[in-house]
Design a protein around this ligand. Structure first.
Ligand SMILES: *Cc1c(COP(=O)(O)O)cnc(C)c1O
Length: 462
């Protein structure tokens, strides 16, 4: 059978393949033919039948390969999951202002590390420091690549070779193998666990403090919750103890909230400003979770603790890049006014959209799509729940409107698979044998691509 696989030069001479040449660079066509023939060889060796070697099949495979090669691997998808900060789908979509800021510095030069006032060398960190201090009440601030880096940098700068006291109930794994005990080890700090899984008291911390103690650390438990008979030392208690004994208190706040969302039924999460006011000396949090900006790690706190971080050699390895910085500054500027933040930052807007509005939106979409979809497709509205994601508010369930997509003769699994492979992939979920899209996380700009994807899915399921 291997002998039946055509040679590369032969295939390139086939008129159908030669016809591709005006529209595609020759090296691309050559590469597609080579890859296709390699694939065919592997399939034949794997026991595939002769049909895959038929001329038409080979031509179709070359064309498909060429299409795959010319589309980006990383591309936009439609988030119909209802998980607002979806880690696998790129976490927070950016505000328009952040996107514009990226554009404005991306293709030219900028004053990234140049002080325009004095005409001398400046630092990239200065562009957002004052803004973060203004929004959080911190004395000093620093931004790095992500929150994991912020925690590593802070621990290795403030606690190298010394002890860090943490509650057993907060020794969490965040996902992506970020585990507090491992991070501690990697940063050269020595972990001292106190308390129990469900209950830790401030006296557990005070008995653990000794000459070798560098930090008292509190970790936001993010994506899980301990409920029932529980107790954790508060930041205020830890700060009182810390000040008494001269031990700084650090908080890994995880998601990091700059705005009180309790009036939207999303309560119980203190803002970074509140944590600092309660006495935390250093707080770290993410830029792309609840904050709704680009991937970044933000460190805010006392000047004498942030200062050494700015001098630390590890900082260079985790430094923030200029596009991220541009987007972060633009996002943070929106927080100067609560109303503009809620309106312009997609993550906040999606989290705080009321159920009445989601209902109206679902009705509008069903009506509008219904006019152009084939009659094999039925769209139905249901009620359900969305979640915040991103390790924030693990128990929160936000009432939402769902659109069920039904296609005649197609199972929910089939619909899921076909929509997932659309030119603009649609990611939904199957619940109780229904294929569902959550209206909360579908952006307005997704709607035409969504309609096209469902239309094409109906074609394919015929
Ligand atoms: C998400 C999270 C991290 C990691 O933050 P990244 O920005 O993803 O690096 C660290 N700690 C906590 C508590 C988190 O929730």
């Amino acid at each position: 059978m291997l002998k039946l696989i055509p040679k590369v030069d032969r295939v390139l001479e086939w008129p159908e393949i030669a016809a591709l040449l005006p529209g595609h660079p020759r090296p691309e066509v050559l590469m597609a033919v080579r890859q296709t023939l390699d694939d065919l060889r592997a399939q034949v060796l794997g026991g595939a039948g002769g049909a895959i070697l038929e001329r038409d099949a080979v031509i179709a495979a070359v064309m498909a390969c060429l299409r795959r090669r010319s589309s980006s691997s990383l591309r936009p998808v439609i988030n119909g999951t209802g998980v607002v900060v979806h880690t696998n789908l790129g976490r927070s979509p950016l505000a328009d202002a952040a996107e514009e800021a990226i554009h404005s510095v991306a293709s030219g030069y900028s004053n990234l590390e140049f002080d325009l006032q004095n005409g001398e060398r400046g630092t990239r960190y200065s562009h957002v420091e004052d803004l973060i201090c203004e929004l959080t009440g911190a004395e000093s601030a620093l931004v790095v690549n992500n929150n994991a880096a912020a925690v590593m940098l802070a621990l290795s700068s403030l606690a190298l070779g010394r002890q860090v006291v943490v509650s057993r109930g907060e020794l969490v794994e965040i996902g992506g193998s970020f585990r507090i005990p491992d991070v501690m080890r990697q940063s050269g700090a020595q972990l001292v666990e106190v308390g129990t899984t469900n209950r830790t008291h401030i006296r557990d911390f005070s008995t653990a403090i000794c000459d070798a103690t560098a930090l008292l650390l509190k970790v936001h438990t993010s994506n899980f919750a301990i409920v029932g008979f529980t107790a954790q030392a508060t930041i205020a208690e830890m700060a009182a103890l810390g000040h008494e004994t001269g031990t700084p208190v650090m908080l890994d706040a995880g998601s990091g909230c700059l705005l009180d969302l309790s009036s939207f039924g999303i309560g119980g999460e203190p803002t970074i400003r509140q944590y600092l006011a309660e006495g935390a000396d250093l707080v770290t949090f993410s830029g792309d979770k609840l904050l709704g900006g680009p991937q970044a790690g933000i460190i805010a706190g006392k000047r004498d603790l942030v200062g050494p971080l700015k001098q630390h050699p590890f900082l260079r390895a985790v430094r923030i890049d200029k596009l991220t910085l541009a987007a972060l500054e633009a996002t943070l500027r929106l927080y100067r006014d609560d109303r503009s933040a809620l309106a312009a930052i997609p993550t906040l807007r999606m989290l705080t959209t009321a159920i009445a509005e989601l209902d109206r939106r679902a009705n509008r979409i069903i009506k509008k799509f219904g006019r152009s979809l084939p009659e094999t497709v039925t769209l139905l509205k249901h009620r359900g729940e969305s979640s915040a994601g991103g390790g924030s508010f693990p128990l929160l369930q936000l009432p939402t409107a769902l659109i069920e997509v039904k296609i005649a003769n197609a199972s929910p699994q089939m619909i899921e698979a076909v929509l997932r492979r659309s030119p603009v992939p649609v990611i939904g979920r199957i619940h109780r044998e229904r294929y569902l899209l959550d209206v909360r996380t579908i952006l307005d700009r997704d709607l035409s691509a969504l309609l096209a994807a469902i239309t094409q899915a109906a074609e394919e399921c015929r």
